[in-house]
Every structure is written in C-alpha cells, then in structure tokens.
Design a protein around this ligand. Structure first.
Ligand SMILES: Nc1ncnc2c1ncn2[C@@H]1O[C@H](COP(=O)(O)OP(=O)(O)OP(=O)(O)O)[C@@H](O)[C@H]1O
Ligand SMILES: [Mg+2]
Length: 791
C-alpha cells in the first residue's frame, strides 16, 4: 500500500488533463516556458498548530491491568464480598453523569476531553482487572449496599487519571521549565561583563564586515560568527593569511592554525557552533538580520545575548537596529551604531534582457529553483555561451570552483547562473544581476511554505552582488529577464525594508530533557509540541522558531531505541529532509547507533556505494549531492559522538574526492542536461511541496527498499507539479481562504479568472475520485503479490 501511495502522483500522469492544458495556456500567455515556469513552485505546508489546546497534546498512557496470580489473595473480596461487574458498571455510569464530578475534575485540570478519556480508561481498569485494589473494592461494595455516596469514587478516579496523564501532577513545573520570558538571564557569564555592542549597519557591499574584521584581527582574542560555512572559511583564510593564527569551527569541520592542534586565540565559526562560555576580547556576529529567520534565528539571539566578549560587532541591515537596542536594554550593554554607504554604484536598468542572446560577459542570472537553473544553463549553452552554475545543494568546493572559473579574467566562462545561494558568502565579479523570476518559495514563521514575491531585503541583498568593490566592475547593474518584471522589481526595491520586530528562540536540550523527566512516555515530537504550546515568551521581542524540521527527523527515528539526549542531538543534524536518500541514511545511522555498532568507514562506504564515478546524467548528479550531504551528516555526528563515528578523517577524504567528482560533473553540466532524458526527480527539486516530500520520504522509508522509479519524464514531472498547484488551491479553499496568496497571485497576474479557479477545484475533486479508484484497484492487485517495479 505504501508503495502504491508513493507512486500515486505518477498514476495521474498518464493522460493530459484539462488542467495541464490550462497550465500550458497560462505559461504560453505569460511568456514562460511551459517546462520551466515560475509556477512550478508550491506553497502552503500545513501549519504545525501551536495555538492548539494544550490538553489535546497529552496522550493517555495505557494502564496496567491488575492480574490475579494464583497466590494473590483478593483482600477486597475477602473483606466485603464479590462485586458483580454489571453492578460496577451501573455505579460508574452514575458517577460519570454527575455534574459535581465533572466540576471537581475540571478543578483538577481535566477538561471535558481529558475527563472523558480518563473515565473510559478508569472504567476499563475497573471492569477488566481481575482484582481491584482493596480500598476501591470496598468503596464499590459499600455503595452497592447503600452505604456512602457515588462521589466517593472520585479520589480513586483522580489517582488513575494522574497515572495515565502524568502532566496533571507537574503542570507548574512544566510551565516553569518552558518560561522563556527573560532569555538574557540564561547567560550568567555574559551578564557578568559590561559589553559594548557596535552595530555596523548599511547596504550590501558597504564595508561592514571589513571594518568589523579589522577590529577582530587586531584584538588579542576574537571570534567571528558567520551564517555559512563558506563565510567562516573565508574569514579563517583571510585571518591566517594576515598573520593572525585562526581556527575554523563548523558543524562538520575543525581546523587548527597551530600544528599541535592547541586552540588559537582567534576562531572563525558558523553561528550555531559559537561557544558562549569562552571569553573573547572581540566577537563579530555577521548578517545580524538573520535573527528573524524562522528556522535559524535562535542561533543569532543566543550569540547576541550570550557571547562573553567585551566588544561585540554586529554587521547587517539597519532594519535590526531598533530590535537590538531594545534587547540590550535587558542586558544593560552599551550600544553604538556605525552607518555605512555603498562603496560602488548600483544602477537599476529600465530594459529587461528578454532573450538569452542578450546575455553578456559579467552577467549573473538569478533563479529561485534548480529546474530554472538547469533550463537557463541549457539555453545559454545552446547559444554557445559558457556558464558557471551555483546552487545551494552543491558542495562548498564545487561552489568555489564555479565561482573561481567565473571570476578568473582569463577563463572564457563569463556568465553565471545561480540561485540566491550567492546572496551571502561568495566574492563574485558580477557586472549585471538579472532576476530570471521574482517569485520565490518562502518558509514563514508558522513553518508554512508559501510562494511569494521576493522581499525588499532579499532583492537588495541579491542585487547588491553586482559591482563588488575591488572587482573589475565598479558600477553594478540590475535588471530582470522578463519585461513585465521590471516595474515590479523597481517597486520591490523602492520599498522600505521592514523593521525586524522579534528575535528567534528555541528550547534547549536541557529544557527538553527536563520535560522528558516529567513526561517519560511522551515522544520527542510530543515533548516539543507540548513545550512550544506551553512556553511563555515576551512576544514583543521574541518568537519561537519553527521546529518542524526537527520534529520531522524525530518522527523518522521515533521507533529506534536511543537515549533522549542522543535522539535530540541526532535531530539537530543538518539533514535536507527533501532528499529521501539522505533521510533513509539518517535512519540507518540511527539504527546502527542504537545497536551499539560503530559506524565505520567501511560501513558508510558500503551503504553509499563508494567509490563514486563521474555523473552521466542530472539524476546521477543529484544523487551524488545527496551522498555528499550524507557524508556531511556523518561528519556532523562524528563531532558529537566520536566513539560511534570513529572514521571522520577518512570520511572527510572520501568527501573531498566526491567534491571533485561533483565538480567534474557540474563542469560538464551541459552534457548532463543533454543526456538526461528526464528532468531531475521531483522529490529533489528545490521547490517541491514539503508535505508531499515528507510523505514521499516516509513512504520510502517504510518500504526501505530500492529507490522508487525516478525515470519520470519531464511531462510527468510537470503534471505532478500541476496537480500540486491544484491541490494547493484546493487547500486554500479548504482553509476558507479562497483569496489565499497563491490564488491571489494567479488572479493578480491575470493568469486565472475566478471561473477558471472554480473549474480547477471541480477538476481536482474529480481527479481525486478517479485516483482513489485507481489506487484501490492497484492496491488489490498488489495484494495478489504482483512483482513491484524496480529501478
Ligand atoms: N576600506 C576598505 N579597504 C579595502 N577593501 C575594502 C574596504 N571596505 C570594503 N572592502 C572590500 O569590499 C568588499 C565588500 O566589503 P564587505 O564584505 O565588508 O561588505 P559588506 O557591507 O559586509 O557587504 P555584504 O552586506 O554583502 O556582506 C570586500 O571584498 C572587502 O574586503
Ligand atoms: Mg558582510
């Protein structure tokens, strides 16, 4: 069945539906290639509902029936005689119906739902136990003889309720543990210092980081915290090159400046890896606007509040200044703001590029999904324009190699096709930034993935890459590929960047561990849900970061036996959950760990099919990228559990070799694109709907067998996406948001009328019905043990 479900999206692709005809009409009307349209993005992941009633999160723990061993004496029965189960049931029904009982239950923390659940469980306990506790037996017996009141059952009922709902005994403790109202007080070492916070605020390419780094390098001791490995690496190199020994610390890598591996006085790290207990003279926290990031914002908040440094330099957008000042009122630190102006000129052009023939040396075409990257790259190659390609999923070495090729004045490759992965961390000689599209999938604070126009902040960040100071292009230019996007881009960049109002927070391992102590039967996901629902925070300044990725991993390994701390750490690993292969390997690693078997080089290489050969198709390339991510996961875990992941050095060598193999593949990307009959698997496209990907992943893991058939044609892919869009529209309707964002965008763009939208709902419903019947036919066929198709 799981297999069928996984293949479900492909079943519908056999015929070309009116919806796809509509999609083609739309894309043609809109001047976008039907194969790679801006519509292939999805939206609207179901919200993890934090606003839900806390009581709905508590699951009753199954009680243990009182068995009667041969030697046991039923004291209750000895003392007061037998109680017939039928009579008992009558008493219990009377008890349940009494309003006084309900009121008393509410006063003891049992709302309607919990009361009902507790009653069902208590009734079952009373009726199914061969022998009741003596005192309870006597109470029942007395009641049947007309002595006492049915309310006398209440203390026994409550005792049972507290056993199956342990939270009833510890709600106050749980509230205290999850009180996040004064996060500044968590960092006593930092609070013991009088810190000076210096904010370097300004647009991109204005020398903010440069000036902060000057202070960092001149200090006796210092730490640099960057948002990306590449940035930390750049600072690591720059600092060592300038003669100041500097270590590198990222989740996956440690490099020491001193040959004896003793720690240097300077360290460049990724934000999450920064120590908040080591004292430094100077700390630099780069890209401070990331403090609002729905997933990673907590890491910036932690360093901002907790770093033990006399001088803390924050670099980034001016939009963060007010929030920082507000947060520093709680820490008592002094704040100074230094403003910067852009070092080079930036011109917004009035003319769009429109045709690939109009792409010239120094151009960088920015796309927001991998499919667009491949499409644009292929079109350029057809015209004989050599191009470098950079997107988020590529290994750092490959990204650097592509950047170097593009930057090298002697290399013929003078055009770059990239996702917004270039927005931070790479020094690129770009003359003109060309936005291929202005639509981008975004993850909001509720963890919903939605399709929206890029924000002013994102547009400025990307556009600002043109005309980098110190490169051949002292004046940068910015335009769009499509003419219709020009006024829209101008509107976006002319808007004020909205002020950042809240900084991210998240629960720590300690807090979750304390929760688990009180609620020993709850799953990790359940603990997180209870925590995020119960926690109190100062919502004027803080928000709770989205923990869906964490919960997704926690669900994957829920059935694997691991200590809570280990489980927590596993779930913090940076796993791209859209990649089923990486998730499968994550599960396998957890299982191996759980068995107490070390994850050796041989084991991991065996699992991954090393050695690796040069990719022959885009699907091969995507698979190698997944393997790279698995090795990253290994290295990340190896720093937390060195005994269980003992071969990190060798694994790093394997990863370096793989980086070279991928580099070679990307260098020949045109050949790969041409030889790939199919597009990349839908599950690996950047913008695939998260819910869909999650389901696919889970189903794959359930199967735990060969990869599903990835040879879906571009047509199938398109159809799948078409239906995901239809489903999203349908979801909007279900959510009562007929004027939801996607529908609004479609209507605003003139791509769909209200009547057409209605037609789509109908068609989607019809399709679902057909799909359902095909599904059941397939399922019954499968039950007859029909062989499964394998790759
Ligand atoms: N005063 C300076 N002298 C020499 N080079 C400089 C100076 N200021 C900036 N640069 C160089 O200009 C480039 C851009 O500077 P920097 O990285 O500090 O900008 P930024 O404002 O931090 O930009 P972004 O917002 O993109 O991070 C870098 O290569 C940096 O080394
Ligand atoms: Mg900077």
């Amino acid at each position: 069945m799981a297999h069928n479900m996984f293949r479900r999206s492909y079943i519908i692709n056999r015929e070309i539906s009116p919806f796809v005809k509509f999609l083609r009409k739309v894309t043609v009307r809109h001047g976008v290639s039907p194969r790679v349209s801006s519509f292939n993005v999805q939206s609207f992941r179901t919200k993890s509902d934090n606003s839900k009633d806390i009581n709905s999160l508590f699951q009753p723990i199954p009680f243990r029936k009182q068995e009667n061993n041969a030697d046991d004496i039923n004291i209750g029965e000895e003392l007061s005689g037998e109680v017939k189960k039928d009579d008992l049931l009558k008493l219990l029904n009377q008890f349940y119906r009494r309003p006084e009982v309900r009121r008393a239950a509410t006063e003891n923390g049992l709302d309607q739902k919990l009361f009902h659940q507790a009653y069902i469980s208590f009734r079952q306990f009373c009726l199914e136990s061969e022998m009741l506790p003596a005192d309870l037996h006597i109470v029942f017996s007395d009641l049947l003889q007309g002595a006492g009141h049915v309310d006398n059952i209440f203390p026994y009922f409550m005792k049972h309720a507290k056993e199956i709902f342990p939270h009833l005994e510890c709600m106050d403790e749980l509230r205290k543990i999850s009180d996040l109202r004064l996060p500044a007080n968590w960092y006593s070492e930092a609070r013991g210092l009088q810190r000076k916070i210096i904010i370097h605020a300004g647009p991109t390419n204005s020398g903010k980081t440069h000036h902060a780094l000057e202070c960092f390098m001149m200090a006796k001791t210092g730490v640099y915290c960057g948002p990306l490995r590449l940035l930390a690496n750049e600072v690591f190199k720059k600092t060592n090159d300038s003669g100041t020994p500097c270590d590198l610390v990222t989740g996956e890598e440690r490099r020491f400046a001193n040959p004896d591996k003793s720690p240097a006085d300077h360290v460049a790290c990724t934000v999450e890896m920064c120590s908040v207990t080591t004292p430094y003279d100077v700390a630099v926290l780069d890209e401070i606007q990331m403090i609002k990031d729905p997933q990673r914002g907590w890491a910036w908040t932690r360093v901002l509040l907790g770093i033990c440094a006399k001088e803390v330099h924050l670099c980034g957008e001016g939009s963060a200044i007010d929030l920082i000042k507000k947060l520093m009122l709680d820490t008592g630190d002094e704040v100074e703001v230094r403003r910067y102006k852009r070092l080079t000129k930036l011109k917004y052009l009035n003319k769009a590029v429109e045709r690939f023939e109009n792409v010239f040396a120094g151009d960088c075409i920015v796309c927001f999904n991998k499919n667009d990257i491949f499409y644009v790259s292929k079109q350029l190659e057809k015209l004989g324009i050599e191009n470098a390609v950079i997107y988020g999923g590529l290994p750092p070495g490959t990204k650097l190699a592509q950047a170097e090729k593009f930057n090298d004045p002697k290399h013929p490759c003078k055009v770059l096709v990239a996702t917004d992965a270039i927005g931070m961390g790479l020094n690129l000689c770009i003359k003109r930034v060309i936005f291929y599209s202005l639509l981008k999938p975004n993850m909001n604070q509720e963890g919903e993935k939605e399709m929206d126009f890029i924000s002013t902040s994102q547009a400025l960040q990307i556009a600002g890459r043109a005309g980098r100071f110190g490169t051949a292009y002292e004046t940068g230019e910015v335009t769009t590929f499509k003419a219709k996007d020009i006024p829209l881009l101008k509107e976006i960049v002319s808007n004020e960047i909205s002020f950042i109002e809240q900084a991210g927070l998240h629960p720590t391992a300690d807090q979750i561990e304390l929760f688990a102590y009180h609620l020993p039967h709850a799953t990790l996901t359940n603990l997180i849900d209870i925590f995020t629902t119960l926690c109190q925070l100062d919502s004027d300044s803080y928000f709770m970061c989205n923990m869906d990725d964490f919960k997704f991993l926690a669900d994957l390994i829920e059935h694997v036996k691991l200590p809570l701390r280990v489980r927590y750490v596993f779930c913090c690993a940076p796993i791209p959950k859209k990649q089923p292969f990486v998730c499968t390997m994550f599960l396998k690693c957890a299982r191996q760990f759980s068995r107490g078997e070390a994850l050796t080089l041989d084991w991991i290489c065996n699992q991954l099919g090393a050695p690796f050969s040069i990719p022959k198709s885009i699907a091969d390339l995507v698979h190698l990228e997944s393997i790279f991510d698995v090795l990253d996961m290994y290295l990340w875990l190896s720093y937390r559990f060195p005994d269980m992941f003992p071969d990190s050095e060798h694994v790093r060598d394997v990863q370096r070799e793989l980086d070279l193999v991928i580099q070679e593949g990307v260098a020949n990307i045109t050949r790969l694109l041409l030889s790939s009959v199919s597009q990349i698997p839908a599950s690996n496209v950047d913008n695939v709907d998260n819910v869909g990907a999650k389901t696919q992943t889970k189903q794959k893991l359930l199967l735990d067998e060969d990869e599903a058939d990835n040879s879906d044609s571009a047509e199938k892919n398109k159809l799948t996406k078409a239906f995901v869009i239809a489903k999203n529209i349908q979801n909007e309707k279900i959510k009562g948001q007929t004027s939801g964002k996607l529908a609004k965008t479609l209507v605003r763009e003139g791509l769909i009328t209200t009547a057409e939208l209605e037609e789509l709902y109908k068609e989607w419903t019809r399709k679902q019905a057909i799909e359902g019947s095909v599904e059941s036919t397939k399922s019954s066929r499968n039950q007859k043990n029909e062989p499964k198709k394998k790759r």
